[in-house]
Write a protein that binds this ligand. Structure first.
Ligand code: 2BA
Length: 108
């Protein structure tokens, strides 16, 4: 068994949740916050048999979209507030996925 940790944008979370249920995959959704933007995102915990990992990744890829977001450099570098005021564009993924081994899985 593997554990997929997928950090995705809030906007995609409902659609992803629905598609995982349709695909008969079990998942837990946690609210999370990106360290860089300090904005809300979602982390999905998905326990899945090893041979199904790629099926889950396909669903994630299909339902989670990369978007541009503008942040002000003053937010990123408060010390430069006086000289840098133009917003800068960052591309926020899609999804950032970690696939971890699971030593043991039990449900009671
Ligand atoms: P955030 O940390 O808020 O990052 C949002 C986006 O800002 C990132 O998108 C990236 O485009 C940009 N970014 C992040 N750190 C940066 C830096 N030091 N310099 C310049 N630009 C930077 P993604 O890479 O798609 O990441 C989306 C979210 O996924 C992140 O939100 C974070 O919550 C999570 N994440 C990404 N990589 C991670 C990692 N290695 N470990 C844990 N969480 C990660």
């Amino acid at each position: 068994m593997k554990l997929i940790l997928a950090i995705i944008q809030d906007k995609d979370s409902q659609q992803l949740q629905e598609e995982l249920v349709k695909g008969n995959f079990r998942a837990t959704k946690l609210p999370s916050t990106g360290g860089f933007l300090k904005a809300g995102n979602c982390t999905f915990i998905i326990g899945v048999e090893e041979e199904k990992v790629d099926d889950v990744l396909t669903i994630i890829k299909k339902n989670c979209h990369t978007r541009s977001q503008f942040v002000t450099p003053t937010f990123l570098m408060p010390e430069a507030a006086s000289s840098l005021t133009e917003p800068v564009e960052v591309q926020v993924g899609g999804a950032t996925c970690f696939i971890l081994p699971v030593d043991k899985f039990v449900r009671f």
